[in-house]
Design a protein around this ligand. Structure first.
Ligand code: SF4
Length: 209
């Protein structure tokens, strides 16, 4: 069974790559620190809004010490900006005080940062450090269930289910592909199963009638 699942995942990846050759992380960044900040801002916010806010901020805030003094007015266009400002300040202060101003490139240290859970940590590791990591966001969570790759609803357990199924070299791309596919075809409320390029590979578990 695991061998069959692995083979199906490889076919899925091929089909999704063909359908979404442009799949990539939607947030702009040029360093692990910028990605960490963008991810904190992106919680329940649109990626394009975050990009428009960070585009200017990344010129003015360059170091962890800078971000530890973030002015909340600079991010007030993003929802929950007060809480997000506090989270960025706290994480940046710890980076400046304990990690020499650098974002650590390992999961254990990343998880000690305030407001950083496994999803954020894995996205940072996978995208900014080139590590093998699966960050389970809302799209990955939903599609993993519909595609029959996990029966779990807890993101950490979904990550554990996906990790042995997805080839290590494809782990990061797989998350991008599911995110793009989740936006374009496999939406939460109205998935387009009839026209979906993964149709023949998908058991459509829990898809709304
Ligand atoms: S067939 Fe339907 S449920 Fe399966 S991935 Fe495509 S849109 Fe989603």
């Amino acid at each position: 069974m695991p061998a069959q699942q692995k083979a199906r995942v490889r076919q899925l990846i091929a089909a999704l790559r063909k359908a979404h050759p442009d799949a990539k992380l939607a947030l702009n960044f040029s360093s692990p620190l910028e990605l960490l900040v963008a991810l904190i801002l992106a919680a329940q916010a649109r990626d394009d809004l975050v990009n428009s806010v960070t585009g200017e901020l990344f010129h003015r805030y360059r170091t962890a010490a800078d971000w530890a003094r973030l002015d909340e007015n600079d991010v007030r266009r993003v929802n929950f900006y007060r809480n997000k400002t506090k989270a960025i300040r706290a994480a940046a202060a710890l980076l400046a005080g304990k990690f020499g101003g650098n974002v650590p490139g390992n999961l254990d240290d990343l998880l000690t940062l305030p407001g950083v859970g496994r999803k954020t940590a894995n996205i940072v590791l996978g995208n900014a450090f080139g590590r093998v990591a699966i960050g389970v966001d809302t799209h990955v969570l939903r599609l993993a269930q519909r595609l029959g790759l996990s029966k779990n609803t807890n993101p950490d357990k979904v990550e554990a289910d996906l990790t042995p199924l997805v080839p290590a070299k494809d782990a990061v791309a797989f998350c991008h592909l599911l995110a793009f596919h989740g936006r374009r075809f496999c939406t939460a409320r109205n998935p387009s199963c009839a026209t979906c390029p993964a149709n023949k590979l998908c058991p459509k578990i829990g898809v709304p009638a």
